[in-house]
Design a protein around this ligand. Structure first.
Ligand SMILES: Cc1cc2nc3c(=O)[nH]c(=O)nc-3n(C[C@H](O)[C@H](O)[C@H](O)COP(=O)(O)OP(=O)(O)OC[C@H]3O[C@@H](n4cnc5c(N)ncnc54)[C@H](O)[C@@H]3O)c2cc1C
Length: 501
């Protein structure tokens, strides 16, 4: 057992919690100098709406009156040079610390969000920020207004429902759910925001059993581009409700509150981690792909390939059931993997314990990343070869299927219902080596496509992904664009990979 296992962590040190997440900054340069030039009026470049409610009148383009807006807010509004601005503007990915928003507003109420949107629409780029974990720094737009909703963070669990403020972080969501004996499938990093996670789908260690986070959404409160507050649900603004479930954060309005259907917390879970000998990745991955496809939904697992020569390989996961049941399932993998694990941890936990096992750390990081999707087993040797000789880079392959595959591909905006796994490409980077790392991540993404993994996950947003709109949304892209044009006819929430583009 290694030291990480002693701490109850399954593997890769600072990157472990990115295993399920995605990270994306390969197009960091695009993001840094993309939308948000305050001198560029938003309305004048917006496409004509296909359908629109309300009517598309021209928006003002003069700079916002910041003093007036500040006086309307219960929270702060910080401009460059103000005390606290440098800290207030920071997102999770340190590569974007050079982004300088024109203002950072703290919204403590829905009315604060409305006031910000009304004051800035058409005048400067607007981006909501919840957990701040956008891989591409999209929640800290250069020259734009950040509307930080972190203070809207209540988590109220009543019976089978959880009403969660858009600013809540996963660690607070899990703690409140666990206290109430309830569960919601969601991601692993404790400081990821429920908002960005849900809006892009939400992949986590209980996904094969319970589905995506967005599959549990029953309604959302949204401040639209014109400042109105809307309720999106199956019976109210159904197009918007469809789009909010996988269409990606930042596109359709600013969500202030989510209501989720929850499940009873499973009484018994078992987590595990297996380290395989260096160089055994191709055999293990070949077996893993067949294995995960055949496993019951109670079992979720991922496989991490750590670049370098030779490539390192480990498999971790979570089983909704007891240790004996898991052991039988793991034996199916290890007998076909062509190598025996050198380290093996199997540990019974409760629901909160399982969430903590995968959480890694919450320190800010500096990285470039991207993703692809595997729908049918790919040539494992080819895929592993892509990672060979790339120290500092991980390929994090997260099993999907099970309950994720339940809804039809067009039932929600989340397209990858038929995925066997997502592949996240994650590489640490500094300001100095960013261009080189970005190129390396791009090469790996191309290599994955050549090995048979196409597509991409919008929550691992990558401004450099060549076919990004189709990759994230498939045939849902057209409808998403129509919904965005309906609710944001002037494209006031524009950003580098906004669906209106
Ligand atoms: C360390 C780490 C671990 C991760 N783990 C997982 C994981 O386990 N599973 C998984 O699926 N993903 C994971 N992710 C990816 C994560 O889901 C996305 O990065 C997500 O967009 C982050 O949401 P956020 O609220 O923290 O980020 P933010 O940067 O605040 O927002 C992301 C995007 O959504 C927009 N947005 C933010 N708030 C709102 C709102 N209230 N209304 C409308 N739009 C909004 C922003 O403008 C931005 O475009 C992880 C990311 C990181 C960095």
């Amino acid at each position: 057992m290694d030291s990480e296992h002693d701490q109850g962590r399954p593997g890769v040190p600072r990157r472990a919690f990115l295993r399920i997440a995605g990270v994306s900054a390969a197009g960091a340069v695009v993001a840094a100098c993309g939308p948000g030039d305050p001198a560029a009026p938003v309305a004048s470049t917006a496409p004509a709406p296909a359908t629109s409610t309300p009517p598309a009148t021209r928006l003002p383009t003069a700079p916002p009156n910041w003093d007036d807006l500040r006086s309307q807010l219960t929270g702060n509004l910080l401009r460059p040079g103000a005390d606290g601005y440098e800290t207030a503007k920071q997102g999770f990915n340190q590569l974007f610390d050079g982004n300088n928003p024109v203002a950072v507003a703290t919204a403590s109420t829905v009315q604060d969000v409305q006031a910000c949107v009304k004051a800035a629409a058409g005048r400067v780029t607007i981006a909501a920020r919840s957990g701040g974990h956008s891989y591409a720094g999209y929640s800290v737009p250069q020259g734009g207004l950040v509307i930080d909703v972190a203070a809207l963070n209540k988590v109220d669990v009543q019976g089978g429902k959880a009403v969660i403020g858009a600013g809540a972080k996963l660690k607070d969501v899990y703690a409140a759910l666990a206290r109430a004996g309830r569960a919601l499938p969601a991601g692993s990093c404790p400081t990821v925001g429920i908002a960005g996670l849900t809006l892009g789908g939400g992949i986590g260690v209980l996904a094969r059993k319970y589905g995506l986070t967005c599959d549990h959404l029953s309604s959302a409160q949204v401040v639209a581009a014109d400042g109105r507050t809307l309720t999106a649900s199956a019976g109210s603004e159904p197009d918007l409700f469809w789009a909010l479930r996988g269409g990606g954060g930042g596109n359709f309005g600013i969500v202030t509150e989510f209501t989720f259907d929850t499940d009873p917390a499973p009484p018994e879970l078992t987590v595990f981690s297996l380290h395989f000998p260096a160089g055994s990745g191709a055999g293990v991955l070949g077996a893993w792909q067949q294995w995960i496809a055949a496993m019951p939904p109670e079992l979720w697992a991922n496989l991490v390939l750590s670049g370098g020569s030779p490539v390192q390989c480990r498999v971790s996961g979570c089983y909704v059931g007891d240790t004996a049941g898991l052991t039988t399932l793991l034996n199916n993998l290890t007998t076909n993997a062509g190598a025996r694990p050198t380290q093996r941890v199997v540990k019974p936990v409760d629901y909160l314990g399982a969430m903590k096992y995968f959480e890694g750390g919450s320190n800010r990081q500096s990285f470039v990343a991207s993703s692809r999707i595997i729908t049918t087993p790919v040539d494992a040797a080819k895929l592993v070869a892509v990672a060979d000789g790339r120290p500092g880079m991980d390929l994090l392959i997260d099993g999907l299927g099970g309950a994720v595959a339940g809804p039809a591909k067009d039932a929600t905006a989340f397209w990858h219902r038929d995925a066997l796994a997502s592949v996240q490409v994650y590489a640490t980077a500094t300001a100095r080596n960013r261009a080189k790392v970005t190129e390396s991540v791009g090469d790996v993404v191309a290599g994955l496509a050549a090995a048979g993994a196409g597509g991409g996950y919008v929550n691992y947003i990558d401004p450099a992904l060549p076919d990004w709109k189709t990759a994230y949304y498939g045939d849902n892209a057209k409808r998403l664009q129509e919904v965005a044009q309906k609710y944001d006819p002037h494209n006031v929430f524009r950003f580098g990979q906004g669906v209106i583009s």
